[in-house]
Design a protein around this ligand. Sequence first.
Ligand code: 0O2
Length: 211
Amino acid sequence: MPKDWELFLMPYKQAVDELKIKLRGMRKQFQQENAHTPIEFVTGRVKPVDSIIEKMHRRQISEDLMEQDLQDIAGLRIMCQFVEDIYQVVDLLHQRTDMEVVEERDYITNVKPSGYRSYHMVIMYPVQTVHGEKKLLAEIQIRTLSMNFWATIEHSLNYKYQGEFPDEINERLKRAAEAAFMLDQEMSAIREEIQEAQQLFSYGKGQQMID
Ligand code: 0O2
């Protein structure tokens, strides 16, 4: 294990900070151009050291393979209004020359047994350090607001039950995941209507509140 975690995680922190700026910049550009933005908001984090250690033990990852096998030490999350926006963001990220997409997992089409939906992209991202360029992996999770609501709730329940949900909660979570996805589908069905309304509204005042 790294003796100095802070030093080891520095380039990962730099990657998260840079990527947050770049992804938020995409949102700003869409807004500036008065176009519908497929990005609602962006968050990012460096995985806490205890979670890194726990995941390495659980997946039996040796130290020398840590940076290769732990793909989410640097993690970004992009929230979208509509499922269609997710795939637009995926296309936009593929086109970029400042990162390379190395793996993709579509948990929207291939929903996880828990009910989890999201689109995961693993990218190779170069950060500049005083010792030269360091290429590292980062995971970008792209999901709708509704998928994010479900995942956030389920994640916090996971802490309480350590993944061993009582049957009733398990069933209810699965039903809630389907309900969340139905909400997405209903919203997609009236997407054009919604977007027209947002064009009229957002470039006044409302949108300025979310940065
Ligand atoms: P965090 O930072 O606490 O969210 P594995 O972790 O072994 O299941 P793998 O191959 O590393 O899987 O990557 P995968 O499945 O593409 O992504 C794992 C991450 O996706 C998780 O990170 C969660 O953020 C999210 N995720 C995957 N499945 C679920 C789920 O059923 N519910 C919720 N709420 N999130 C999920 P971590 O490691 O949990 O870390």
